[in-house]
Design a protein around this ligand. Structure first.
Ligand code: 13P
Length: 251
């Protein structure tokens, strides 16, 4: 039985003060409502400290949105995995489609970042997903397979890994993949992971869905056998909506 995991990816939203307030609102609204479900928030780097302090002792996990693959050095604008661990993060999102689309992230750099993050003791959420053009031309499974294979190249232990399937066409568009469409890709990912890492590792791997998850569609998505929670963008910026989604994943 896999424990569901719901993470709010706040993306480039909220100042330090706003992040602190949102974290406090979340704690107040969540209460004890997330038994049987792991919950995390991913504020901007700048707000990790303040949000981290606000959620201290609550059981909510502090997640970063990215990390670099070197420990330190001349990489203007970047933050290393080592710094995230020291800042209290337990996990990091790597390979988000917005990083791939706008910041030149490739499967090769995703792989380097994952290796470094794991070596620093962070849990990793690896994001994969196809664009609309790729879906329409029938290459969804091939694209996802190369993102998983190349992203995990030379990584032997996936016990600290979560994969997030986020179809690019469903992110921030209001168009959610149907639960059947999402389940089909999640099953494909699990089958591929079984080929690469064996049945047991594949059965234990959590695969989140992301892309316009809302309180109104969360329960149906999370009820699918291979959907183990969600990576939530827009709806995670509103405490009540995020809590409703967490409740849909809890029991
Ligand atoms: P939305 O929930 O805003 O579609 O974003 C999903 C996402 O990209 C989470 O990482």
């Amino acid at each position: 039985m896999r424990t569901k995991i719901v993470v709010g990816n706040w993306k480039m939203n909220n100042t330090i003060a706003e992040s602190e307030i949102l974290a406090q609102e979340l704690i107040a609204a969540l209460g004890e409502n997330f038994s049987g479900c792991e919950v995390g928030i991913a504020p901007t780097f700048l707000a990790l400290d303040a949000a981290g302090k606000a959620i201290e002792g609550s059981g909510i996990q502090l997640v970063a949105q990215n990390c670099h693959y070197e420990n330190d050095g001349a990489y203007t604008g970047e933050v290393s995995a080592r710094m995230l661990t020291a800042a209290g993060c337990s996990s990091v999102i790597i390979g988000h489609s917005e990083r791939r689309q706008y910041f030149g992230e490739t499967n090769v750099t995703v792989n380097l970042r994952i290796k470094k993050a794991l070596s620093e003791g962070l849990n990793v959420i690896l994001c994969v997903g196809e664009t609309l053009a790729q879906r329409e031309s029938g290459v969804t499974e091939a694209i996802i397979a190369s993102q998983v294979r190349e992203g995990l190249m030379d990584i032997s232990d996936i016990s600290s890994l979560v994969i997030a399937y986020e179809p690019v066409w469903a992110i921030g568009t209001g168009k959610t993949a149907s639960s059947a469409q999402a389940e089909e890709v999640h099953l494909h990912i699990r089958t591929l992971v079984a080929e690469l890492y064996g049945k047991e590792a594949a059965a234990a791997l959590r695969i989140q869905y992301g892309g316009s998850v809302k309180p109104s569609n969360a329960a149906e998505l999370f009820a699918m056998p291979n959907i183990d929670g969600g990576l939530i963008g827009g709806a995670s910026l509103n405490a009540a909506d995020f809590v409703a989604i967490v409740k849909a994943a809890s029991h």
